[in-house]
Design a protein around this ligand. Structure first.
Ligand code: NAD
Length: 428
């Protein structure tokens, strides 16, 4: 690759890249190390399709409001594109483009036959009624009928969208198809074609990736301690399953703050508490700490499972953990990478560590198409096999290129997608 194909990243506000820029910085580095052909680099950097639509909705008070919606297909080289839909006031096409490419790398690493996509609608769902959300979802879906499809592009939930929204998408698409097409979307309720094990899948994948990393380090789970930031779907399930493997969970936190207990936190009790009270606030499970303190606390494993940009150039050098397993998307800013590397901390990157969710989404799509549904142990065993394979492939790639697991993951994905692209060739 000619050096001038790569431009130095633009200066970012407050000296920090946003999560998507962070992702692109790593992608660029990996392309350089892999020596990707400049033409293929340009091909893979851009999405193949970007759709922007207007979504008119009659609101409950009679007003007609028009929302902006997006669907971006980053690529469909490995198969139909796959990726969630987010409803948020600040979502825009740039964010959706970046998230779509993230999905391409995640699917390639997981070895599932999907390309990457993402969708979004600029709206504030917290200020909308169920009926307004339903109308918005149905019109969004009907405007994208030629994009969505079980063989073309398969959406899923993301920020502020849930099982109900997926059920409306499935129904709207099916009404137009004049038949029930469950495979058009994943993350559906179990009774209309959802998969067993989907709710726990991401946390379970985090646990499997952590066990694989400990094995490489030659450390037994019972000898380790762990801090988990975020106690929602991913954080609480990761904590529970790691504890079941013998890891002592010494710190947990959510948006209300955190707790440290060197004797170990009773995770089932903490989960019960959150179920009853909505958050960890005032839970009697340890000494109170802040989220910043949790990241820097004395532990062997750190699982950031809350939100992006938690580990940055400012706090990375104070982190004591020896292993970071990224449950959240983008919890480590690119500015932190060199500090973590210098300290010899092993980082299992988001595009590998939290891929359990998209793997079980793939299982849901397969089951819908077969019309035959697996039991939970079957789902979990298949997830374990695929996560372990993905981990091993990334580990080998990191060893071969003498680099970090993060860059090893990107290189593995770039290698796979670019090889398939070369085999398929460029039509036209
Ligand atoms: P969630 O909404 O269920 O939980 C989020 C948790 O983070 C909550 O406990 C919340 O209180 C906490 N939190 C929010 N802001 C915080 C802050 N500033 N400091 C500390 N804690 C904070 O969300 P989730 O589904 O568990 O997702 C968490 C992360 O994992 C996100 O980055 C998401 O994109 C990523 N992810 C989720 C899935 C999935 O299947 N749910 C799959 C892949 C990646």
């Amino acid at each position: 690759m000619s050096p001038d194909t790569y431009k130095e990243p633009a200066p970012y506000h407050k000296g920090e890249a946003n999560p998507f820029e962070s992702m692109l910085i790593r992608f660029d580095k990996a392309c350089k190390m892999y020596n990707l052909d400049p033409g293929l680099y340009n091909y893979l950097k851009q999405p193949v399709k970007q759709v922007i639509i207007s979504i008119p909705v009659h609101m409950d008070d009679g007003r007609l409001e028009v929302f902006e919606g997006y669907r971006v297909i980053h690529d469909n080289i490995l198969g139909p594109s796959k990726g969630g839909i987010r409803y948020a006031p600040d979502v825009d096409i740039e964010e959706v483009k970046a998230l779509a490419s993230w999905m391409s790398w995640k699917c390639a690493i997981a070895n599932i036959p999907f390309g990457g996509a993402k969708g979004g609608v600029k709206c504030d769902p917290s200020k909308m009624s169920q009926s307004e959300l339903e109308k918005l979802t149905r019109r969004y879906t009907s405007s994208l009928l030629e994009v969505f499809g079980p063989d073309t592009d398969i959406p899923a939930p993301d920020m502020n969208t849930n099982e109900q929204v997926m059920a409306w998408i499935m129904d709207t698409y099916s009404m137009h198809a004049r038949k029930t097409v469950t495979g058009v979307v994943t993350g559906k309720p179990l009774i209309i074609g959802g998969s067993r094990g989907r709710t726990e899948a991401t946390g379970r994948g985090v646990m499997i990736a952590t066990m694989a990393a400990l094995e490489k380090k030659g450390v037994k789970p019972e000898e380790t301690t762990c801090a988990v930031q975020g106690f929602g779907n991913v954080g609480s399930v990761s904590a529970k399953l790691l504890a079941e493997k013998g890891v002592k969970i010494v710190a947990v936190s959510d948006v209300s703050g955190g707790y440290y207990n060197k004797e170990g936190i009773d995770i089932p009790k903490a989960i019960e508490y959150v179920k009853k009270n909505g958050s960890l606030k005032n839970a009697k499970i340890g000494n109170k700490i802040t989220n910043e303190e949790l990241l820097e606390c004395d532990c062997y494993i750190l699982v950031p499972a809350a939100k992006e940009d938690q580990i940055t150039g400012s706090n990375a050098s104070r982190i004591k953990a020896r292993l970071i397993v990224e449950g959240a998307n983008g919890p480590t800013a690119a500015s932190a990478d060199k500090f973590l590397e210098r300290k010899g901390i092993m980082v299992i990157p988001d595009i590998l560590a939290n891929s359990g969710g998209v793997i079980v989404s793939y299982f849901e799509w397969v089951q819908d198409r077969l019309g035959y549904f697996w039991d939970e142990p079957d789902v979990n065993n298949r997830l374990m096999r695929m996560m372990n394979e993905a981990f091993e492939n990334v580990y080998k790639s990191a060893m071969q290129y003498e680099t970090t697991m993060r860059l090893g993951a990107y290189i593995y994905a770039i290698d796979k997608v670019s090889k398939v692209l070369k085999l398929r060739g460029i039509y036209g």
